[in-house]
Structure formats: C-alpha cells, structure tokens
Design a binder for this molecule. Structure first.
Ligand SMILES: Nc1ncnc2c1ncn2[C@@H]1O[C@H](COP(=O)(O)OP(=O)(O)O)[C@@H](O)[C@H]1O
Ligand SMILES: [Mg+2]
Length: 305
C-alpha cells in the first residue's frame, strides 16, 4: 500500500467525530507551541496543569482533589488557542518520556450537525467508545476545539429556536465527562472556545483550569510581526532585514489591537499590495506593512460596528 493510501485507510477507520489521532511527541506540534508568543508565565501555568493531570490523578482520590482532567482555553479568535492546545499535547508527552502519549482531535461540528436525535447518540458513542478505548490503551490528550458547539449553554438556548437535541448533546457531554474522569486518570481534555459565554456553566465548572488567552499586547504584537518577517527572511533575506530598519517600531505599534493570526495575515496583504511585491516579495517595504496594518485595523473596527 502506498503511503497516501495508508493515510486514506487510517482516515476511513477513524470513529465519527474524530478528526485525527497523532502519536506524541511530535516535533511539528512542538514548533507550534514555540511559535505562539505569549506571556511565559501563562504558558508555564498551562503546561504545569497538564503535567499535574498525568502525575497526580492516578494517585490521588477524587474525594480529596476533584480533578476532571479538563482545561479550557478561552479568548478572541486568532489568539493561538488551537495551536497552544496542540503544542501542549506535545509538551506534556515530552514531560513523560517513558509513556506513549497520543493526541485525539475531536471535530465537534461533525457531531453537532447530525440530524435531530442523533447528536446525543453520536456524542455518547464518541466519548463512551472511541475516547474510552483510546484512554484504556495509554495516556491521551483530547482536543475539543470550539467546544461551545458541543457543550452549548442550555440556559441561553431557546427551546423554540434550537432543537432539543442540542440540550441532550450537552447533557451527554457532561455525563460522559464525569464517567471518563472517574475511570481514566490518564486522559486530558483540552477545550477551546472563542465564545466562553456560550459554553454551558456545568461544563466550565468541571474545568480544572480556565485560561484566558488575550489579544497580544504591544511587546507581543511586535514579537509576532518580527517572528513573521524573520520567518519570511529564510526565503527572502531582504524581508528579514526589515525588523532592524527604522520604521519597524511604527509598524509594530500599528498592529496593537490585532490578534496574532491577523498580524501574520496582514503581512501577506502587505506583500499583495501590488503585482511587483507579489511577484518579488523581497521588495516589500515597511511603508507597505504600515499601510496594511492600518487597513486591517480599520476593517476590524468597521466589522465591530
Ligand atoms: N500569540 C501568538 N503568537 C504568534 N502567532 C500567533 C499568536 N496567536 C495567533 N497566532 C497565529 O495565528 C494562527 C492561528 O492561531 P489559532 O491557534 O488557530 O488561533 P485560535 O484557535 O485562537 O483561533 C497561528 O497558527 C499563529 O500563526
Ligand atoms: Mg481555534
């Protein structure tokens, strides 16, 4: 079987709602962790909570320390939550070199989009079978990306506007989380949400850590811009040199208020200012970056109105 066919076969066999399963550690995910520029104390806290999950939960009774094995990352879109969650899986696996960790990525939209009556069953099957089976075979980090899709706030859902099924799916998630927490101490859920208020409070109360991932501050914005330009500098050396040119600080200041994804995308827009730079990106100027940053901020402000 060719490598491509093997990948296809593996994908076909994945249980419904599971996007992929990766053996850990994985250097690609490690690079993701380092690429996210964030207060080191926040990263440290996140990693420490994840490590504690695997070092303590199998030893200490839940009557003493009621840990569920759930971490929730919340914050505006584009702040690096999904990347951090994936990177965290790698880092925690590195902390236990004698164990074979895996990362399971759940695709909540696939479950939630099931027709009426099916979401609850799909969620139950995913948690009670697929995740439980994986956890029985060794330590697992489960990424529940955009968890509000799965654990929607029942208090805010109108019975008229939303199918009863959403309520049932949320209930099923909570029941299953409790059951898994009880049986599998070597399981860690890392959930993310762009809309923390849409996440059911019964879910958030089960989280061992809720970490807010903020928009990058002034220094972080400058570092993200720098990282992006230096990264491009590997292909177009002239772009890498822009970080030391006069005017870089103005560009960095103009990025404040944008999320990390938007800062990087803005550099792409700057290169696409005209056909000349699009064809020969090494000709990119700081003036083009400044204009692109201002345009990105203006369009964001317009979208928020
Ligand atoms: N703090 C940050 N530092 C560096 N890059 C960032 C940061 N936040 C976001 N990014 C960039 O944006 C991309 C998308 O981030 P992602 O993890 O999908 O964000 P979220 O899940 O919060 O929407 C990342 O791959 C990264 O390149
Ligand atoms: Mg995300």
């Amino acid at each position: 079987m060719t490598a491509q066919l093997k990948i296809l076969a593996a994908e076909i066999e994945l249980p419904k709602g599971i996007q992929r399963i990766l053996p850990l550690p994985d250097d690609g995910l490690g690079a993701l962790w380092t690429s996210i520029i964030l207060d080191p104390a926040v990263k440290q806290k996140l990693l420490a909570q994840a490590v504690l999950n695997f070092s303590m939960r199998s030893k200490v009774s839940r009557n003493v320390l009621p840990l569920h094995g759930v971490i929730l990352l919340v914050g505006p879109p584009g702040t690096g939550k999904t990347s951090l969650a994936r990177g965290l899986a790698h880092r925690v696996a590195k902390a236990f070199p004698n164990d074979k960790f895996r990362l399971m990525e759940v695709e909540p939209h696939q479950l939630a989009s099931s027709s009426l009556g099916k979401s609850q069953r799909a969620v139950t099957e995913l948690f009670a079978q697929a995740i439980a089976e994986a956890a029985a075979g060794g330590p697992v980090v489960v990424l529940l990306d955009e968890v509000e899709t799965l654990a929607a706030d029942r208090a805010k859902l109108s019975m008229d506007a939303n199918p009863v099924d959403v309520h049932r799916a949320t209930d099923a998630v909570l029941v299953q989380l409790d059951a898994l927490a009880e049986r599998y101490p070597n399981l860690l859920f890392v959930a993310t949400s762009n809309f923390p208020r849409a996440v059911d409070s019964a879910f958030t109360s089960r989280c061992d850590l809720i970490l807010e991932i903020p928009l990058p501050n002034k220094e972080a914005s400058a570092d993200i811009l720098k990282d992006c330009l230096i990264g491009l500098g590997a292909f177009y050396p002239a772009i890498g040199k822009l970080v030391n040119a006069p005017g870089f600080a103005d560009c960095a200041a103009a990025c404040v208020g944008l999320d990390g994804r938007a800062i990087r995308k803005m550099v792409g827009s700057a290169i696409a200012t005209n056909l000349e730079t699009a064809t020969a990106p090494g000709n990119l100027t700081l003036a083009q970056i400044l204009a692109a940053a201002k345009a990105a901020k203006a369009s964001r402000a317009a979208a928020e109105c």
